[in-house]
Design a protein around this ligand. Structure first.
Ligand code: SOE
Length: 396
């Protein structure tokens, strides 16, 4: 049984703990966080026996095989490097780094370590996202040549001035907010489903709430609510962005990203318009995939085996995995479980680790640090494009 440590006591850590347990991938033996009390409380709440405020306890424990880095963005690179140097396999939250240099450092550290390392691009874990990818991969089949990649990722948890969280602090969250936090998901899922790479972006970033109120302890978690008082803090990172994209294969696209779209909670949508058909998948209705042709619009739903077999190829059902049969809705939590399955399987089976960004036709079984780096390149390109008012290429 693999031993697992989760570093981070915020919103996403419990989903990692839950996924490891429900997938039967390992035993979570340690929770680490910068605050001893919070780490202990979180460990108690999740039924994990040990907690620490000293990350050295994680890296120095030879019994720990896998480390999940679920901390604020600023520490992703450092913790990834240290975990890999200590011989651990690593799962790191997105964005893998706050800038491209950091993403390169993590990728280099992974290659040097020979360990498995992945980035938690959650939405690849949904069965209907994988189904969409399979439909597109059928190429000449159902969709035909891709014309447009469209979509949105809109939320409202930062939509009023009393909503504050580490993500709005550039020193902790990074220069970019909406693009890095949720735009990275749109970018990755769109490239994953379409099998095509974005080559250039033209972005317009907007900050609608230039001053927010920060009160002690308020809004520590994503979706943590807002507070009526607190000190006023000037905000530089973007609340929202509209981004045009050009894909290498000639397709064009656009996405709207926002954390201030009142009434929208996790409105993530990926849409691909091909010459013969169009696909739409929406995270808030995740078990359905819309396929539209000139004559008809139909929805596809999860079929038996879609989740149990959710490795990169969409095959290879794993006996004993507690997936629900089709018609029994699964969602966000299960996406983490299914995303991590091929990663843990690769560790157990001693498969060679993969580091490069996924290539259609030669895809890694899990999102690699190379994929994570691409998303950081997207964020940097969007920032620069918005600053300079021009198209900016992504590096190859
Ligand atoms: C907050 O915007 C957040 O928790 C993101 O950080 C996650 O990656 C996304 O899945 C849900 O929203």
């Amino acid at each position: 049984m693999l031993r697992v440590a989760v570093i981070g006591t915020g919103f996403v850590g419990p989903f990692h703990v839950d996924a490891v347990r429900r997938g039967g991938y390992g035993e979570v033996t340690l929770i680490a966080g910068s605050d001893a009390g919070r780490a202990a409380e979180r460990a108690r709440a999740l039924g994990v026996h040990r907690s620490t405020a000293n990350v050295a306890d994680v890296f120095g424990d030879p019994a720990i095989d896998v480390v999940h880095v679920c901390t604020p963005n600023v520490s992703h690179v450092d913790l990834t490097e240290r975990a890999l140097a200590a011989g651990k396999h690593v799962v790191v939250e997105k964005p893998v780094a706050m800038d491209l240099d950091g993403a390169h450092r993590s990728l280099r550290a992974a290659r040097a370590s020979g360990r498995h390392a992945m980035v938690a691009f959650t939405y690849r874990g949904y069965p209907m996202v994988r189904r969409a990818r399979a439909i597109v991969a059928a190429g000449a089949g159902e969709l035909g040549a891709l014309r447009l990649a469209r979509g949105q990722y809109i939320q409202d948890w930062l939509s009023d001035p009393g909503a504050y969280n580490w993500r709005v602090d550039p020193a902790i969250g990074g220069t970019s907010r909406a693009v890095a936090d949720i735009g990275s998901h749109w970018f990755d899922t769109t490239e994953f489903v379409s099998g095509q790479r974005v080559e250039a972006v033209f972005a317009d970033l907007a900050t609608f709430i230039p001053i927010r109120r920060r009160s002690a302890g308020s809004g520590a978690l994503a979706f943590g609510g807002s507070s009526a008082d607190g000190e006023e803090v000037a905000i530089a990172s973007e609340d929202a962005a509209t981004i045009l994209v050009r894909m290498i294969g000639g397709a064009r696209g656009a996405c709207v990203l926002s954390q201030v779209s009142t009434g929208w909670k996790n409105g993530f949508e990926v849409a691909l318009d091909g010459e013969r058909a169009s696909l739409v998948w929406a995270q808030e209705d995740p078990e359905r995939l819309w396929v539209r042709t000139k004559d008809a619009a139909r929805t596809m739903q999860r079929a038996a085996g879609d989740t149990a077999g959710a490795d990169a190829a969409g095959t290879g059902a794993v006996p004993g995995v507690p997936s629900l049969p089709a018609g029994h809705p699964e969602g966000y939590a299960e996406a983490f479980r299914d995303l991590f399955r091929p990663f843990y399987r690769a560790i157990v089976e001693g498969d060679p680790p993969r580091y490069a960004a996924s290539d259609p036709g030669d895809e890694a079984p899990y999102p690699t640090l190379g994929d994570g780096l691409r998303a950081v390149a997207f964020v940097e390109a969007a920032l620069r494009s918005s600053r300079e008012g021009r198209w900016v290429d992504l590096p190859d």
